[in-house]
Unconditional design. Structure first.
Length: 479
């Protein structure tokens, strides 16, 4: 170690310890505790490890009252999170059979909000969310006061519920809230997602925190809940993150980590966790439909969100390509009685094939321009980017229509005529399992090959970074 660094380090350490310990912007994933009945401590650790690798800060544990798996799952989850330095908070689900009784909420929060793995809001208080439960809004002044009496008012609680059914005006008029979350993460019919609702929340909340929802997809077909509809996914995973970069909300919550029943999971499909599908879906629309590839661009996107502007400050250390599509054209099989839009939300119903498009969608985090080709069934065509980043470095996005083609899917990126990345995905078929169209998406991803000249570039970057650290050390010494 150089003498410069030897005395530089303690000063740096001193500097950083005087910075606020709690980071402002954070990214959560909504986590269905109901699917963890068979989870071991190892499963929890595995999910948390994957979430951390994707730059997530915490899971929002969605739990209904009096569910048999709650006690053991909470115990395992907090143990796993503490061990891996990850964070968790409760999102109490009031939409199921029974809403949460006040005394039970007080007992739960008094026990867990002091846990070192419990997620803390910017002011240090434990963050508590809900899924719905506006009818229980009057409970919360009392809940906060009584838990604070047990654990201290600096510990409990920052209350940031999702009361989407009440809307931003009514929900923000409740004085016990410290912020709100919205569940409006999908566009209407065949429209593109916009930020009108997010802006309504942010303006109603003024300086209180907003949790902005981001989701890649929505297809549910569960007889036990009488649910069978799609909302538009397609470009959404790209579009919505761009909206996050624009609006810069205090928090982002990904919907979801593991809601298999609504097809918006970004976590792994674990055998033994998808019982909700076995119990009431007319066919299995989740098995062999991995969504892990949607996580591959998260470290970059989250880096951009946290760096504030989304204007290219974040280094692209590894170029990635992620690709998603449905496995059959929308008109080949029975549509399963699935509607586009939801009757229970009072929306005008459409055909699912009018909402979801027969296209192969692709997003890539790139250091610079690449040419893209999409081959379906051996018909290999040059394809376009619909969106490219300012300055050439960042997230590229596009899609290519099936155009009646079926067969093997291959997406190829090349730069200056040299192969950069190639993803071979599952076949698009003319037929469907049980003749029902699976409106869920298949997602694949690859990491780009590194060329030797890029390794040279990397070495220079590292050198520059350590020069910068040394400069800062010198500066802090002189001050
Ligand atoms: C599934 O969960 C059940 C109940 O916990 C357990 O007995 C079984 O071994 C699990 N199966 C697999 C394949 O993990
Ligand atoms: C909780 O669930 C059990 C069965 O799982 C039931 O016997 C009990 O009455 C429930 N308690 C409440 C308060 O609903
Ligand atoms: C909900 O309540 C009904 C009737 O009270 C019961 O049959 C069902 O098992 C409950 N479901 C859950 C998930 O607790
Ligand atoms: C209280 O929290 C601890 C973990 O800190 C857990 O092991 C225990 O089961 C919890 N008890 C109750 C009643 O929730
Ligand atoms: C955003 O989408 C909603 C739902 O379709 C629509 O009502 C609203 O007018 C749109 N906002 C803008 C600015 O177009
Ligand atoms: C747990 O495993 C049992 C036995 O395999 C299965 O019936 C149940 O649906 C599983 N639970 C979940 C949440 O997947
Ligand atoms: C695809 O993305 C997932 C999630 O980021 C990652 O774990 C996996 O290694 C990636 N696979 C490839 C081939 O790059
Ligand atoms: C690319 O994907 C890998 C594996 O998921 C991840 O470690 C890496 O951070 C990703 N790169 C970017 C720029 O997001
Ligand atoms: C900026 O992005 C990088 C990821 O490339 C991340 O490590 C860093 O924490 C981000 N900066 C802030 C202030 O969050
Ligand atoms: C499958 O669905 C298509 C479109 O609804 C229909 O024309 C065809 O007869 C069905 N095939 C079988 C084997 O049911
Ligand atoms: C499509 O063309 C690209 C670029 O020439 C090539 O790398 C790729 O292997 C081709 N794929 C197929 C399936 O023909």
């Amino acid at each position: 170690m150089s003498p410069l660094r030897a005395w530089g380090l303690p000063i740096l350490a001193l500097l950083s310890s005087s910075l606020p310990q709690i980071q402002a912007k954070s990214v959560f994933a909504h986590f269905m505790v109901a699917n963890t009945q068979n989870y071991t401590l190892t499963d929890w650790k595995s999910d948390i490890t994957l979430a951390k690798a994707s730059s997530l800060d915490a899971f929002a544990l969605n739990a209904g009252f009096n569910q048999s798996e709650n006690a053991l799952s909470f115990h395992h989850a907090f143990a796993a999170a503490a061990e891996t330095n990850f964070k968790l908070f409760f999102s109490l689900d009031y939409s199921g059979n029974a809403s949460w009784p006040k005394d039970q909420v007080i007992a739960l929060l008094s026990n867990y909000t002091t846990h070192p793995a419990y997620f803390r809001h910017t002011d240090g208080r434990a963050l508590v969310g809900t899924f719905e439960g506006f009818e229980a809004a009057p409970d919360w002044a009392d809940i906060k006061e009584r838990v604070a009496r047990n654990v201290g008012s600096e510990t409990c609680c920052a209350f940031i519920p999702d009361w989407t059914s009440a809307g931003p005006q009514r929900a923000s008029s409740i004085s016990s809230i410290d912020g709100l979350m919205s569940w409006d993460a999908w566009p209407y019919g065949a429209e593109s997602m916009n930020t009108t609702m997010d802006e309504a929340y942010m303006s109603a909340l003024d300086s209180k925190a907003y949790i902005m929802p981001v989701s890649p997809w929505f297809y549910t077909n569960l007889r036990q809940f009488n649910k069978n509809w799609v909302w538009r996914g397609d470009d959404l995973w790209y579009t919505r993150w761009q909206q996050v970069l624009e609006l810069q909300p205090e928090y982002v919550e990904i919907l979801t980590w593991n809601d298999y029943g609504e097809s918006h999971y970004i976590g792994p499909v674990r055998r033994n966790a998808t019982g909700v599908i076995d119990r009431g879906a007319p066919f299995d629309y989740v098995a062999d439909m991995p969504h892990d590839g949607w996580r591959s661009n998260l470290p970059f996107l989250i880096g951009e969100y946290k760096n504030g502007t989304g204007k290219g400050e974040v280094e692209v250390e590894e170029e990635n390509l992620s690709v998603w599509y449905r496995l059959s054209p929308g008109d080949r099989c029975d549509d399963g009685g699935t509607s586009g839009n939801s009757e229970s939300s009072g929306e005008v119903l459409m055909k699912p094939g009018e909402v979801l498009q027969d296209k192969v969608f692709y997003s890539a985090v790139l250091d610079g321009w690449a040419d893209v080709r999409v081959a379906i069934g051996g018909v290999n065509r040059s394809a376009d980017w619909s969106d490219t980043p300012d300055g050439g470095k960042g997230v590229y996005h596009g899609s290519a229509p099936f155009d009646g083609r079926t067969g093997e899917v291959e997406v190829t990126l090349s730069r200056d005529g040299e192969l950069l990345a190639q993803m071979k995905g599952r076949r698009i078929e003319d037929s469907c399992p049980g003749n029902y169209t699976n409106w869920n998406a298949w997602v694949g991803n690859v990491t780009a090959v590194r060329r030797s000249d890029e390794n040279g570039g990397m070495a220079i970057r590292i050198q520059r970074a350590s020069l910068w650290v040394m400069g800062l050390a010198l500066l802090s010494y002189l001050m």
